[in-house]
Design a protein around this ligand. Structure first.
Ligand SMILES: [Zn+2]
Length: 320
């Protein structure tokens, strides 16, 4: 009897150890995987690891590095060593595409030689969130030209999109566009937090038709071209239109979540994981966008306060 008990205890302990090992290994992410630098045109290079990419541009006067990296990846320190070994000009500028932590972290490794540039809206985000980032000393509103000696780099702000401070970095003579976190192509964002959806749709159209762009460098994923912007725009527009139409019909959020399938986009990356959260956050965005003809009843307002899936923004139409 005692032996059986001991054996059972041993079994339980072995199971627990196995569970702890599995959990521990699942939580421990290996960083700095697939570090690489790839030359994409005469002066433009793409660098990164862990499926996260920045870029840098080399002129006769110096280098401009675009973006930081994931905080724990160690890739910025590695990049600094690589640039010192590969090029004989200093890093003069760090250009931050936007404030999100995975694109600014450890950008301060270049503070000994570089001035940091970003859109003027980037500062409050970096300061409020206490990002581990270089803080831009130079900001701009619509556009800015950075001259590196033989290479002209255009910084472009087309309005709020994926964040209110996302910029694109264009090297027109080499037809390269660095379009971090807006060149999302055939993949879904996890949700629409921090995004101005209507302005994003306009900007994706502009970027999809801009001249002097053959090569597009996204912040995540493979090197691409302008079709990437069109593919992303098609998805956001379709989701926007469906959520809006059902909202006008007076559907509850819970119904809208059931009704929208977006099957024609089932090959898009993240469709299985993130579609539901895309619907919910698109609904939240459009809730703030439109005013229905008639307000919902007090009872419905109470139900909505208690459970957001019971919210509707209009009276239900007759046919429902
Ligand atoms: Zn981002």
């Amino acid at each position: 009897m005692k032996d059986r008990k001991t054996a059972r205890m041993r079994g339980i302990i072995a199971c627990l150890l196995l569970v702890f090992t599995v959990v521990a290994s699942a939580q421990k992410r290996e960083w700095g995987v697939n570090r690489e630098i790839v030359q994409v045109s005469e002066s433009v290079y793409r660098w990164g690891s862990d499926n996260q990419y920045g870029a840098y541009i080399v002129g006769t006067d110096g280098i401009a590095v675009v973006d930081g990296h994931y905080c724990p990846s160690g890739t910025m320190q590695w990049l600094k060593e690589q640039l010192a070994a590969r090029h004989d000009v200093p890093v003069k500028y760090v250009i931050l595409s936007h404030d999100h932590p995975d694109h600014v972290c450890n950008s301060q490794v270049f503070n000994d030689t570089a001035i940091t540039i970003g859109h003027k809206n980037i500062l409050p985000h970096i300061l409020r969130e206490k990002r581990s980032s270089s803080i831009p000393q130079i900001t701009f509103e619509e556009s800015m030209e950075v001259l590196l000696g033989g290479v002209t780099v255009n910084l472009i702000y087309l309005g709020p999109s994926h964040s209110d401070n996302l910029i694109q970095v264009h090297i027109p003579a080499e037809k390269v566009m660095i379009a971090v976190d807006i060149a999302k192509g055939r993949s879904l964002f996890p949700d629409y937090r921090d995004m101005d959806v209507h302005s994003t749709l306009k900007i994706l159209k502009i970027l999809g038709n801009m001249e002097d762009v053959d090569i597009v460098l996204p912040g995540h994923g493979a090197i691409t071209d302008q079709q990437n912007f069109r593919d992303q725009r098609r998805f956001i527009q379709a989701l926007h239109d469906e959520v809006l139409a059902y909202s006008v019909e007076g559907r509850k959020l819970s119904e809208i979540r059931d009704l929208i399938q977006m099957k024609e986009f089932s090959d898009y990356r993240g469709h299985d994981r993130w579609l539901d959260q895309n619907i919910v956050t698109m609904w939240g965005y459009l809730y703030r966008y439109r005013e229905p003809n008639q307000r919902i009843t007090e009872d419905e307002a109470v139900a909505c306060r208690e459970d957001v899936s019971q919210c509707r923004t209009s009276d239900p139409v007759e046919s429902i």
